[in-house]
Design a protein around this ligand. Structure first.
Ligand SMILES: Cc1ncc(COP(=O)(O)O)c(C=O)c1O
Length: 377
């Protein structure tokens, strides 16, 4: 069975490919403003180090719908949470209340799925409180940065994670509004992580290209999964630069054409769900959403989200959940965030897929809901 979704894998062809363009030219940002780091978290750690004094003398505002794993980077900083609504938007009136507190020293804004317009918040913060730092979490919007110039204009720093969009072992990004601060990065030790990633990719290639009996197949597949898991667990909050292998792969990748492919896929699947035949099960998300984002967010009735996810998995379609709620986080969550965490299912729309793959996803979802509708008759 061919799979849809799941991690990007290394393949030696990636480094045999000819160079396309320098990495900074590809994202259209001057090298004086950007550091390529090993992950999104690593970029956040760098931002916090740079603005440590300012941020530890006050508190930081963050949206209550977010990737909870990232919070450990902000451990030593006082934080408050602002609620997002069901359209994944912050109410400007709520924001204005927080801005009245002189001890507010920074705000993190999140570009959800690479589909959110953050301009109104940036403008609101900078006009009321030009002293407040704005850090944009554009981890899910790496290819939006490639397609749009001047995105998040006015933010003090923008953080992204190319590793979530490309078959690279590591890779994060931080873009400063002004000239980047000087920073002496420690020597990287990504060797173990790179070896695990490269080996996993090669094994996956073997699985695809050869035929095995069941026992051999399951041995190779479990080794592959184990390598991937070990690679993922080695990510931490340390500040570090991107590996040379990741840079080489990015240089040899046409980012603009990947971004256009994703955007096309996003529009295709968005149109496919427009009719919403299953309104008892699906709630349309914000209609303004469009972009070469990380996934297509489908909003599924909470009773069906996880069973649908399992059903799709049994058909070889792997859909991520952004983000499962961790027990410790419940007190910080507003009503809408709690609901969205239980309802959103990410449909894969990345550059590996074509219209027939996307149609397969749509057909399987229809099949699941048709069955459920018949059962409830
Ligand atoms: C919104 C958001 N911010 C930050 C991160 C952390 O990025 P990284 O895994 O590259 O450290 C993630 C990871 O999934 C994320 O979804």
């Amino acid at each position: 069975m061919s799979y849809i979704g799941g991690s990007f894998e290394f393949n030696p062809d990636l480094i045999y490919a000819p160079e396309v363009e320098d990495v900074n030219d590809q994202i259209g940002i001057s090298k004086d403003k950007v550091y390529w780091t090993k992950s999104g978290r690593s970029s956040f750690a760098l931002a916090l180090k740079h603005w440590q004094k300012k941020l530890t003398n006050g508190w930081l505002l963050m949206p209550d719908y977010q990737c909870w794993d990232v919070l450990s980077v902000f451990e030593n900083i006082d934080k408050k949470f602002i609620a997002v609504n069901e359209d994944l938007k912050i109410e400007i009136s709520d924001l204005n209340k927080f801005l009245k507190d002189k001890n507010l020293h920074g705000v993190v804004l999140i570009d959800y799925f690479g589909l959110t317009d953050l301009e109104p918040y940036i403008e609101c913060i900078k006009s009321a409180r030009p002293d407040v730092l704005i850090i944009v979490d554009a981890v899910q919007a790496f290819l939006s940065i490639v397609l749009s110039e001047n995105l998040y204009k006015g933010a003090d720093a923008v953080i992204s994670s190319p590793r979530k969009f490309l078959p690279i072992p590591d890779g994060g990004l931080i873009v400063f509004k002004n000239k980047k601060p000087k920073y002496n990065f420690p020597k990287n030790n990504l060797d173990d992580q790179i070896s695990l990633y490269v080996s996993a990719g090669i094994l996956k290639d073997v699985i695809f290209k050869s035929s095995f009996d069941d026992a051999a197949f399951s041995c190779i597949e479990s080794t592959y999964l184990n390598l991937f898991d070990r690679h993922r667990k080695l990510f931490n909050n340390d500040i570090g630069q991107i590996s040379n292998l990741s840079l080489e792969i990015i240089k040899r990748t046409n980012l603009k054409s990947l971004a256009e492919k994703r955007l096309k896929n996003f529009k295709f699947i968005s149109d496919a769900f427009k009719d919403n035949k299953y309104e008892n099960f699906l709630t349309p998300l914000n209609k303004d959403f469009s972009g070469p984002g990380i996934i297509f967010p489908l909003r599924v009735n909470s009773k069906h989200r996880d069973p649908l996810r399992e059903y799709l998995k049994s058909k070889g379609i792997f859909c991520p959940v952004h983000w499962p709620i961790l027990q410790g986080q419940i007190p910080q969550l507003g009503k809408s965030s709690m609901l969205l965490s239980k309802e959103i299912l990410g449909l894969p729309i990345d550059q590996r897929y074509h219209e027939n793959d996307l149609m397969k996803i749509k057909k399987e979802i229809d099949k699941y809901f048709r069955r459920k509708s018949n059962e409830s008759l």
